[in-house]
Write a protein that binds this ligand. Structure first.
Ligand SMILES: [Zn+2]
Length: 330
């Protein structure tokens, strides 16, 4: 029987071939005519599904987009690293709601932590983020502070706002584990009852930071979008997929010699079928414009606006994402 030209695969087994460094074969095809460019750091998402395992996944690699987000701020390495991880997670989770205008917002915050607030959001391929932290206290933590050292007892809120008027869904989990990625896995297990594996890797070379990540989920019996009462982490298909996916190393995720297609191939080439679908191009985007803020200020009365104004009659509105002030006439 001829194999679906948009798929690849062979027999199924639980072992990753030892030293299995193999280039992606030419018969891994995109399901659309839009093929990946040969560059491997394209600020783009790659989606894939493994139909026989009821699993789906995404891989993302960020370079210029991350650079643009970080360069708006003068963050010390530990904070840049934290935001880089948040942005890669934002890119992985943001596209899970596919409607136009839908937004995913991730907020990590504490009371009394060195990091007071971290925000990252995603809307229609646009990413942005910032961190509010105590610079003096951060200096006392050393070069590689743990998540707990940064946040103390914190929590992570993930909000999916569907398109205009279609409602929102928010889940809040304790900020526990070694990384933001681990906290996001807990969010999916506790709030959405979806077994999820997430890996995020960050690399700094000189002043440049790049990041890469992978998200894998198990959605048995076409249950996507349906509410479940129990999460089943021990389903044999999920155990298999999560073992294979979990074997990916940070240096593989970040390796510029390895395309995102090749990464999927390396992990799952023994599956019957893996469908690859290139996702949207990502960009850095913010909604801060003079017009936007003027419109917001119009909701206040003339008296309120004059109270907000400085001696020159200007209201200074800050965009924390861009670290930029907008002086708006009261
Ligand atoms: Zn802005």
């Amino acid at each position: 029987m001829p194999r679906n030209p948009c798929c690849y695969g062979a027999s199924t087994s639980y072992s990753r071939k030892a030293g299995g460094f193999r280039a992606a074969p030419s018969h891994i095809c995109a399901m659309t005519t839009q093929h990946q460019s040969p560059e491997t750091y394209t600020d783009r998402v790659l989606n894939f599904t493994i139909p026989s395992r009821s699993a789906r996944g995404r891989i993302v690699r960020l370079d210029a987009v991350l650079d643009e987000i970080l360069s708006a701020h003068d963050y010390p390495p530990a904070i840049a690293h934290l935001l880089a991880e948040a942005v890669v997670l934002g890119a992985l989770m943001g596209g899970l709601v596919k409607e136009d205008g839908a937004q995913m917002t991730m907020q990590a915050q504490t009371e009394g932590g060195v990091v007071r607030l971290l925000v990252c959001d995603f809307r229609e391929g646009e990413l942005r983020g910032y961190v509010d932290f105590d610079r003096g206290r951060l200096a006392s933590l050393g070069a590689n502070p743990s998540l707990f050292a940064l946040f103390g007892k914190g929590y992570l809120a993930i909000t999916f706002d569907r398109s205009e008027g279609a409602g929102r869904y928010q889940g809040i989990v304790p900020l526990e584990g070694d990384s933001l990625a681990a906290a996001c896995e807990s969010y999916f297990a506790q709030s959405e009852q979806v077994p999820t594996l997430i890996r995020a890797a960050i690399h700094r070379s000189g002043g440049r930071v790049v990041s890469a990540g992978m998200l894998l989920q198990h959605l048995p019996d076409g249950e996507e979008g349906r509410e479940r009462l129990h999460v089943r982490m021990d389903h044999p298909d999920w155990e298999h997929v999560s073992v294979m996916g979990g074997s990916i190393r940070h240096d593989e995720l970040l390796d510029p010699a390895l395309s995102m297609d090749a990464l999927v191939w390396r992990l799952f080439h023994e599956e019957d079928q893996v469908r690859i679908l290139p996702g949207a191009k990502l960009s850095r985007g913010c909604r801060c414009t003079l017009e936007h803020y003027s419109m917001l200020l119009d909701r206040f009365s003339v008296e309120e606006r004059s109270e907000m104004a400085d001696d020159d009659g200007l209201i200074q509105v800050d965009c924390a994402f861009c670290a930029k002030a907008f002086p708006i006439p009261a």
